[in-house]
Ligand binder design. Sequence first.
Ligand code: ZN
Length: 270
Amino acid sequence: MRLFSFFIHTLLVLLLTALTQVGGLLWLLCYCIACRWKDKRAGRALLMFVPLYLLITAAVLPIVCGYFGRTPLPVFTSPTLKPASVMYPLLNRHYVTPNTRRVLQEVADQLRQQHPSSELHYLDAGFPLFKKFPLLPHLSHTDGRKVDLAFFYLRPDGTVTNEIPSRSGYGVFEGPTEQELSTAEACHGKGYWQYSYPQYLTMGSRPNLKFDALRTKRVLQLLLEQKEIGKVFLEPHLQQRLGLSAAAKIRFHGCDAVRHDDHIHMQTEY
Ligand SMILES: [Zn+2]
């Protein structure tokens, strides 16, 4: 029984660390304190963990991250740049370098000037602490210079909306038409089983929204115009469909990553 309990706690610590960076350590701390009691240790630990985690997330990490060259992306303070889901700031996955934040805010503000009421929604970015801590499942999101962004969508009647078709922002693909090259099919054919894996990460979907090529292309153009932006990942059929084939900064990420026809990946040079 003790071995089983040890196994469950180890698993929980690893999971919380992978999801939130600091959660595993905080759970360990709370459980150690709860060990002073003889019974209901997990329940007591949970009662301590929730407020402590929220306090650290809301009040401590946004300050301490500065020592690691990070800053949080805006959560409620910017009318133009917001998380696609409150889950991202709640899990401490919205930290970037100050330069990356500035560039993204600039792009979001420029987009608003051209498309009033449009909001740029970010997904996974980076963790607040340490220089090379991977933000799973993204192996490259380690340095605060990488951010995933949601596409733009239209309601069924063609009017613009800031809603996105999946709750997480991942996993609802704008796949290739019959005339377009299917990179996903090619990658699956080569044995890269993980290529369409984000389809399991939607956390619920709103199926009626349609891809808004106009605003998605515009935000890509604005990103490409920023000299600080080094690379943008987008699925090849969308790059072609949006008329951006000549854009050298847009790259194919390779079959060993996951597909990018559900979101944009951008990264700055510093
Ligand atoms: Zn990414």
